[in-house]
Design a protein around this ligand. Sequence first.
Ligand code: 7TS
Length: 430
Amino acid sequence: MSVSGTSAAGEKRLSGAAPARRPAPAFDAARAREDFPILRQRVHGRPLVYLDNAATTQKPRAVIDAISRYYEEDNANVHRGVHLLSERATRRHDEARKRVARFIGAPDPREVIFVRGTTEAVNLVAQTFGRTRVGAGDEVLVTELEHHSNIVPWQMLCHEKGARLRVVPVTDAGDLDLDALEALLGPRTRLLAVTQVSNALGTVNPLPEIIARAKARGVPVLVDGAQGAPHLGFDAAASGADFYAFSGHKLYGPTGVGVLWGRREHLEAMPPWQGGGDMILSVTFEKTIYNALPHKFEAGTPDIAGAIGLAAAIDYVDGLGLEAIAAHERELLALAVDALEAEEGVRLVGTPRERAGVVSFLVGDVHPHDVGTVLDRHGVAVRAGHHCAQPLMQRLGLAATARASFGLYNTPEDVDALVRGIRAVREMFA
Ligand code: 7TS
């Protein structure tokens, strides 16, 4: 599933293109909010305003119930038992994989590997695909926008292989410098690892263009969809990408489960990663024959309840309509950006051409941690810090920012509460 529509020219949009010219479908965030039990509470005596969705999203009742129901009715290990419960658990786990495949437009559910999250997905690719493809003197390309989890695994690989990690720079506005990308794609480039959306600035990368440029040089592309999947969706088959990674917990699903999608031919050719049960067909002390996809990459008992919870989250999101959610979030974000720009003493960090989910800011010279603490006293949950993007912070000459990040249940009133909280920060530190 992807919110990317098809333009009048019939050209498939992924992200980064102009918004479709049609009225946004009505979306009732206040009503959706009631699906999330956790949001009913008060913190420090104030109604909770949850604006830390880029870190993790809250879970709707449908997801919580799906997980409880699994444990109450179906719990058993998968692929092992001959008994009814095990058959049921296996079937539900398989159905969850198919649900994910449909959501991201994967041509074949066997290309969907369940992992712990985006971090594990990237490490899997680095240690299998990367280890077989990258040698001494080769280059792996990342960008200045990346989260640590799309930097460090590649750095470790390069260190091991005597390869070179190269970095696509960002502009002061927080957009990738595509001319620099072009110049960096060279004969030794073995992979480009790039995020769909920046978790620190909200930049939406123009993936179709980026992927086309890499493909023109025969360079495989891994897309980090941790922040993209919840706001934009993805169409794996149409994207031209080779790998896509995302985390269930940022998509209203449970923690502990995420997805690696990879092109079949890559996954077939890649050596297995972890060894253990389920990833084998037969074992002797002399030789092990590995299992077929997807099991080859899923050693040990998987997070069965997690996969079922993730499928329930996808059902929930699709039920509301990812496109309607995206339109709602775009409106909220525009409101927040306007309000913060108009606010005395507030500086936005990053003014990318297209933005999703996130706005980073500074309040005067108040330390972002103090901003976050005062906001918390007003019931407003934001993140303050380097957002696991220290190289990006260094590039921008900052140690940290405060970050408000939006989800489907946020409302214009939440933006008002943020602004009131920021005024309280200014008064306190005036
Ligand atoms: N990639 C991006 C772009 C992310 O934003 C994150 C997590 C990850 C990868 C890692 O995901 P995980 O589920 O494996 O941990 N980002 C954040 C954040 O912005 N605040 O807390 C976690």
